[in-house]
Design a binder for this molecule. Structure first.
Ligand code: M6R
Length: 369
């Protein structure tokens, strides 16, 4: 059932263009309006929401971090994203006008389940974003948006993550449409871009050989750092998590702006540092700042591995290795920027002789708190 791939992870990485298309299926009409009928929470209730809280663990938590940027930008509703395992222990402030979004591939993660139970006890409405039909988390939620990624067998989450992102964007855009915000035009154009994002993911997959080669050349390293800003920050965290769980390497993700507040002390000659660069269009201030970061770390001898959009020439002089991704709207960039980091981790794990689909000490679904 690996369809000729050596590992389920490779198969699932390759399935991502179809998976994201399946998440979108039937949810955008020809006029660009979103139809999330499964979100049985009435529009009238969604219009009254005063706060959104996203709870999740691991990779799903990284999707939730990205959801925060999208929700706050497109809906102007304050949104916080919290690790499900921390959530109920801090006595969070919740009421009937709070929308809690619980993200889980398996639908069985105990930490996430306990967080959503706590939220419902406080009267909050819970929307699950889940990949597994009929699992516990959707059963215990007020509504569910299934990601339709198909079964994910590899312990390391890949296609589930991309489809969780798409589902989060759909929810954010839907909330924006239902409530009406000043971003109406932008929402319409992003919906249009989302509709063919599978093609962009496919383009990235077609250019991965140099990434695999690079990964193999780093097999004897101890540490890899990942930097990003804005939605690229959770992408950096996700790249680091993949590397930890698959390659058993020390990997850390940082918000690039934090570098000067401590982590820059870690930079030493030949240390591989992956930098996820935001688009030079749109949030160009951030782009310029991250280019300075790349210069700074390179001046200290780091080996820079730069993930940047097609046509971004400013990064070229400072990139020891350049990984190109198609240009997308800023908030959608994680859908293309994460893919090379998945391939990178998978190839490093293989090069180090690790079991790719079943990393040591890990289980696919974590049903204990
Ligand atoms: O099934 P879930 O999405 O609730 O699982 C959450 C995490 O356990 C999961 O994403 C984990 O971090 C993955 N192994 C990461 O690749």
């Amino acid at each position: 059932e690996k369809d000729g791939y050596d590992y389920f992870m490779l198969k699932e990485i390759a399935e991502q263009p179809k998976a994201v298309a399946d998440t979108l299926l039937g949810r955008i009409d020809a006029q660009g309006a979103l139809h999330l009928d499964e979100v049985r929470i009435p529009a009238a209730v969604l219009r009254e929401v005063t706060k959104v809280v996203v709870v999740a663990c691991g990779t799903a938590y990284h999707a939730g971090m990205i959801a925060k940027y999208a929700i706050e930008h497109w809906t102007r509703i304050p949104c916080e994203t919290e690790l499900a395992s921390e959530f109920r222990y801090r006595d969070p402030i919740l009421d009937q006008r709070t929308l809690v979004i619980a993200i889980s591939q398996s639908g069985e993660t105990m930490d996430t389940l306990m967080a959503l139970r706590h939220a419902r006890e406080q009267g909050a409405k819970v929307l699950a974003i889940c990949n597994t039909n009929g699992s516990t988390i959707p059963r215990e939620s007020d509504a569910v948006l299934y990601t339709h990624a198909g079964p994910e067998v590899a312990v390391a989450s890949t296609k589930a993550f991309l489809t969780q992102l798409v589902a989060c964007y759909l929810v954010a855009l839907y909330l924006g449409q239902v409530r009406g915000t000043k971003w109406g035009d932008e929402i319409n154009s992003v919906v249009g871009e989302l509709a063919h994002i599978g093609t962009e993911v496919d383009t990235v997959l077609g250019t991965m050989e140099p990434v695999r080669e690079l990964a193999r050349s780093l097999a004897d390293k101890d540490t890899v750092l990942f930097l990003g800003r804005h939605v690229g920050f959770p992408v950096a965290l996700e790249g680091a998590l993949k590397l930890k769980e698959l390659a058993y390497m020390h990997a850390e993700g940082f918000a690039a702006g934090e570098l000067k507040h401590g982590p820059i002390a870690l930079i030493e000659p030949d240390l591989p540092v992956v930098v996820v660069v935001p688009s030079p269009r749109g949030r160009s201030v951030l782009h310029d700042k991250i280019v300075s970061n790349i210069q700074e770390i390179r001046a200290r001898g780091a080996r820079t591995i730069v993930v940047a959009e097609e046509g971004d020439e400013a990064v070229v002089p400072y990139a020891d290795h350049l990984i190109r991704v198609p240009a997308t709207p800023t908030l959608l960039q994680p859908l293309v920027a994460t893919v090379p980091l998945q391939v990178f981790a998978c190839e490093l794990a293989t090069a180090r002789g690790n079991e790719v689909d079943q990393p040591r000490n890990l289980a696919k679904s974590v049903t204990v708190e």
